[in-house]
Design a protein around this ligand. Structure first.
Ligand SMILES: O=C1O[C@H](COP(=O)(O)O)[C@@H](O)[C@H](O)[C@H]1O
Length: 232
């Protein structure tokens, strides 16, 4: 048994409208109840149109803190930086006043940057919403099946932040651990494309979370999880 709910949409316009509405409801409720809201987003191609939709939505964005579930260890102006994507698509228009916590710090490599980045996240409360993506190998955030750091990143007592080096994807990564991502009130998994639905079905059909790290989120029961999917 898990508490995963699948929401299917005809296309990304319908998905993004519904998704933005659900997120805004959660963020408004957090601001009303606690005076601030904490939103964790993922990078990659999938969320780009959602980010534009959110940016055009009125909200007390100055009370919202945004951070990434993971990033490539690249300067924030690099083409493949998730931070660059978030700053140029999500933190625009109404959302320009949101606070952003970067997962980048200049250092010799991602491993050497972890302590400075961890300090930025220390003391953050439970996240109000975490939006995960999923790769076709079942990775989520930068918890890749292939990376040597996977066991550490999936441990219940893992630190909030760690560096990983996937062998099947470019760049060293900075990622939140499974344990820190699960410290949230609501999880979302954002999937576009029929191949991602096939991967979701594979993930649901077995339990080895080291083979497909997304399983750790799909099969847990502590945090409600909504999967929002559209074929294109
Ligand atoms: O490497 C990554 O990939 C996943 C999925 O990306 P997409 O382009 O297929 O949407 C993403 O969730 C993660 O943040 C990113 O670092």
């Amino acid at each position: 048994m898990n508490n995963m709910q699948l929401q299917q949409f005809a296309n990304t316009d319908a998905l993004n409208a519904a998704f933005a509405s659900q997120l805004v409801t959660i963020l408004e409720q957090a601001i009303t109840e606690r005076g601030a809201a904490y939103l964790v987003v993922s990078g990659g191609r999938t969320p780009q149109a959602l980010f534009a939709k959110l940016a055009s939505t009125p909200l007390a964005w100055d009370k919202v803190t945004i951070l990434l579930a993971d990033d490539r260890y690249l300067p924030p102006d690099a083409e493949h930086s998730n931070e660059r994507l978030v700053r140029s698509t999500l933190m625009q228009n109404y959302a320009a006043s949101a606070r952003f916590i970067s997962l980048y710090a200049p250092a010799a490599d991602a491993y050497a940057a972890v302590s400075e980045i961890s300090a930025r996240l220390a003391g953050l409360p439970t996240f109000d919403a975490v939006i995960l993506g999923m790769g076709e190998d079942g990775h989520t955030a930068s918890l890749f099946p292939c990376c040597a750091e996977l066991k550490a990143g999936m441990a219940d007592d893992a630190p909030a932040v760690l560096a990983t080096s996937p062998t099947t994807a470019p760049y060293q990564r900075i990622t939140l651990s499974k344990a820190r991502l699960l410290q949230s009130r609501q999880l979302f998994l954002h999937l576009v494309g029929s191949s991602k639905l096939t991967v979701l079905e594979q993930a649901q059909g077995a339990t080895d979370e080291f083979a497909m790290p997304i399983r750790a989120f799909l099969h847990q029961t502590a945090v409600p999880m909504a999967v929002l999917y559209s074929p294109s």
